[in-house]
Design a protein around this ligand. Structure first.
Ligand code: ADE
Length: 246
């Protein structure tokens, strides 16, 4: 049994090869931690030409995705599993804005169905009576929900136990999501005259940990004041900001 099963309803399953076959997601699938099924909902269009969109009632430009293929694709999933899926997410710009907290929430589920809509629109009955949730990955308009589905799956999958391996398990999770990362360096110590902060070479693990937290706080306050307000810092963190750690 995988930790998470994701059914993706899309007209363009080919778009997912690459992102879902390579690297960490590819490895998670091979390990059986993550199951991803790409379902082309055109297969559920019953008309002769397998048409999945139609003109909007009331007129206007662009085409609208018809409800039947999407409802029937979900019926297929329900029949396959012997139960109706509980979490059916429509990717669209009108959805709730995706965030690390939503990724954490979704990583707790066993099964997700993702519907890749198109910017011209999806019949409102899909939103009202089929989808249980709507997610946007940002305030911009993509040509379809496919890239958004990839972003959501990637962010959720890396939170599943075993997907990132030991590197992640040992990392301080206090930095996940809400603070920006502290600066990282690797060898060489000097490159083109650019040097590594002395503290990281000091071997003093307490000082290194304090420096990293200080850097993460400074970076977050400066670059993303929406994530962190100085007033909300603990007295220890306020003190840490004034320490000279090199
Ligand atoms: N489809 C089109 N644009 C989108 C967005 N920003 N987020 C999610 N799905 C989308």
């Amino acid at each position: 049994m995988p930790l998470l099963k994701v059914d993706i309803l899309t007209l363009f399953p080919g778009m997912f090869t690459g992102p879902f076959d390579e690297s960490i997601i590819g490895r998670a699938r091979k390990k059986g931690l993550l199951e991803i099924n790409l379902i082309n909902f055109r297969d559920f269009a019953r008309n002769k030409h397998r048409i999945v969109d139609d003109y909007p009632f009331g007129g206007g430009s662009g085409m609208v995705l018809k409800p039947e293929p999407l409802f029937e694709a979900v019926d297929f999933i329900a029949e396959r599993d012997g139960r109706r899926p509980e979490h059916i997410i429509l990717l669209c710009p009108q959805g709730r804005l995706f965030h690390q907290r939503i990724a954490e929430e979704l990583a707790q589920k066993e099964h997700l169905v993702l519907i890749c809509g198109h910017y011209e629109g999806v019949d409102e009955r899909v939103r009202q009576h089929l989808a249980t949730d709507e997610i946007s990955i940002g305030d911009y308009v993509l040509t379809g929900g496919e890239l958004a589905a990839m972003v959501v799956v990637d962010a959720v999958a890396r939170l599943l136990p075993g997907v990132l391996g030991d590197e992640a398990a040992t990392r301080e999770e206090s930095f996940s999501g809400l603070f920006l990362e502290y600066p990282q360096y690797t060898r060489p110590r000097e490159y083109r005259g650019y040097t590594v902060p002395e503290v990281l070479l000091s071997g003093d693990h307490g000082r290194i940990a304090r420096w990293r937290r200080q850097q993460a706080l400074l970076r977050t306050l400066k670059r993303r004041p929406d994530l962190l307000k100085y007033e909300d810092l603990s007295p220890e963190d306020k003190k840490l900001l004034n320490e000279d750690l090199g």
